[in-house]
Design a protein around this ligand. Structure first.
Ligand SMILES: [Cu+2]
Length: 126
């Protein structure tokens, strides 16, 4: 009897895990495919509630990159005002040539909730 319950629990957990994997993996894959299609070198910024995946992003002066914002969790945007970069909504990538060295502030441009004001990162053009 005990064995029977354990195996039901085990297979139930497996099925649940599998469904979760399928559901969570799907959108990520299509986004990556879309990004790969462009075939250009990228500066990828991943946003979640309420932070960016890195505190600092570094690029080289003179480099041309496709700046790509990926929303892993929640809906966010980025503004790098001094460089004229603004990504949100349907426009989540932009080709940018970084010709001026410096440190620029990246902020979230979409009022996304309680942690919004703290959603900041740095872009260092070195
Ligand atoms: Cu925000």
């Amino acid at each position: 009897m005990y064995k029977w319950i354990m195996s039901v629990l085990f297979f139930g957990a497996c099925a649940f895990g599998l469904i979760f994997l399928l559901v969570s993996a799907k959108p990520e894959k299509s986004e990556d495919e879309a990004a790969a299609e462009s075939g250009k070198p990228q500066l990828k910024i991943t946003a979640s509630n309420f932070q960016f995946d890195q505190a600092e992003y570094r690029v080289k002066t003179g480099e041309t990159l496709q700046v790509v914002l990926k929303n892993k969790e929640g809906t966010h945007g980025i503004d790098i005002t001094q460089l004229g970069i603004s990504l949100s909504g349907k426009e989540l990538s932009k080709e940018v040539t970084f010709d001026k060295p410096g440190t620029y502030e990246i902020v979230c441009s979409v009022p996304c909730g309680a942690g919004h004001v703290n959603m900041k990162a740095k872009l260092i053009v070195e």
